[in-house]
Write a protein that binds this ligand. Structure first.
Ligand code: ADP
Length: 314
C-alpha cells in the first residue's frame, strides 16, 4: 500500500495504522519516531499544491485499462486529437503517466523532443497549437528505465508530474495511466480528487479475458469515488478494406462491452473498429483523424467524443 514506506521493515503496519511506530516490527526502523509521533499521517501537502497547479484545467479525465495492449494509448491520443480538432479554441493536454510504457511521444509524433523546466515548472511539448503533451518518456534516458522502478518512486514521479507541469489554461487534461489498478492509480486519484476529477474513461477489447479486468477497474472507480464516464470498446470489428467482410478478431463470447456495461450500469461510449491504417499512423506518429476523416473509426470516435463532452459538462 502507498502508506508503507520504501524502506519499511517486513511487517510494517503502515503509516496510517494505529500501531504505527508501536508494533514490534517498528523496533529499529529508521522511521519509528516519525510514525509514533503521527507526523507521517498528516495530509500530504502535495494535494494542495496539485489543486493549485491544476486550477486552470477545467476537465481532468483518467484513461484506464485493465490490461496492457488493449489500445489505451491509442484511444487517449485519438481523444486528444479529436477534442483539439473539434474546436481550435479548446485547449487539450495529455499527461502520459504510463510509467510501464510511456508511448505518447511516439504515437503523437514528438519522440525525442526536449522538455524544459523553468521557474514556472515543466513546459509540455506542443503537438499542435492546442494539443500539448507531457510524458514520463521525455524524462527517461531509455524507454526501459522505468520498468525497474519500485512503487514509491513511481508514486513520487506521478506526484511530481501532477504538481510541476505548467499547462497554462486547459479545457481537457487526459491522464494516460499504467494498465491495472495499482498504487500509482490510488496516488493519482488521491491527488486529483482534491483538484476535481471529471471521471474515468475505460478502454477494453471485446473478449471476456479483457473484460474481466475492466470489471475490476469499474469496482476500483466505485470504491475510490471516481465517476465512470464510460467504456470504449476497442478493436471490436475488422472490416476488410477489399471485400468489406466484417470479422470479429476478438470474439465477444460473453456479449462484449455492451453486455458488461448493461450488467454493471455504466455507459458504453462506443466501439472502435480495428483499422490497420490506425495502427500504422500510431507507429509513425501521424494524426489518423486528419488522414482518414471519413473512416468508420473516426465516425465512431466522433460519437464517443460527444458523449465524453456531455458527461464533463453535466
Ligand atoms: P495500450 O496502451 O493499451 O498498451 P496501445 O494503444 O499501445 O495499447 O495499442 C497496442 C497496439 O494495438 C498498438 O500497436 C496500436 O497501434 C494497436 N491498436 C490499438 N487500437 C487499434 C485499432 N483500433 N486498430 C488497429 N490497431 C490498434
Amino acid at each position: 500500500m502507498s502508506n508503507v514506506p520504501e524502506n519499511a521493515p517486513q511487517h510494517c503496519p503502515g503509516t496510517q495504522s494505529e500501531d504505527a511506530g508501536k508494533a514490534s516490527a517498528c523496533a529499529g526502523c529508521p522511521n519509528q519516531n516519525i510514525c509514533a509521533s503521527g507526523a507521517a499521517n498528516m495530509p500530504d501537502p502535495a494535494i494542495d499544491t496539485i489543486k493549485q497547479r491544476l486550477s486552470n484545467v477545467k476537465h481532468k479525465i483518467l484513461i484506464l485499462s485493465g490490461k496492457g495492449g488493449v489500445g489505451k494509448s491509442t484511444v487517449t491520443s485519438l481523444l486528444g486529437h479529436g477534442l483539439a480538432a473539434k474546436n481550435s479554441d479548446v485547449n487539450v493536454g495529455i499527461l502520459d503517466a504510463d510509467i510501464c510504457g510511456p508511448s505518447q511521444p511516439r504515437v503523437l509524433g514528438v519522440r525525442g523532443e526536449q522538455v524544459h523546466n523553468s521557474g514556472s515548472g515543466w513546459s509540455p511539448v506542443y503537438v499542435t497549437d492546442n494539443l500539448s503533451l507531457m510524458s514520463i518518456g521525455f524524462l527517461l534516458g531509455s524507454p526501459d528505465d522505468a520498468v525497474i522502478w519500485r512503487g514509491p518512486k513511481k508514486n513520487g514521479m506521478i506526484k511530481q508530474f501532477l504538481s510541476e507541469v505548467d499547462w497554462g489554461e486547459l479545457d481537457y487534461l487526459l491522464i494516460d495511466t499504467p494498465p491495472g489498478t495499482s498504487d500509482e492509480h490510488l496516488s493519482a486519484v488521491q491527488y486529483l480528487s482534491a483538484a476535481g476529477l471529471a471521471g474515468a474513461v475505460l478502454v477494453a477489447t471485446p473478449q471476456e479475458v479483457a473484460l474481466l479486468d475492466v470489471r475490476k477497474e469499474i469496482q476500483f472507480c466505485h470504491k475510490v469515488g471516481v465517476k465512470v464516464i464510460g467504456v470504449v470498446e476497442n478493436m471490436s470489428l475488422f472490416v476488410c478494406p477489399n471485400c468489406q467482410t466484417r470479422s470479429e478478431i476478438f470474439p465477444a463470447t460473453t456479449g462484449g462491452a455492451a453486455a458488461m456495461c448493461a450488467e454493471l450500469d455504466v455507459p458504453l461510449l462506443g466501439s472502435l473498429p480495428l483499422d490497420p491504417v490506425l495502427a500504422r499512423c500510431c507507429d509513425d506518429g501521424r494524426d489518423f483523424i486528419h488522414e482518414l476523416p471519413h473512416s468508420p473509426a473516426v465516425q465512431a470516435l466522433r460519437s464517443i467524443l460527444d458523449k465524453i463532452i456531455a458527461a464533463c459538462e453535466n
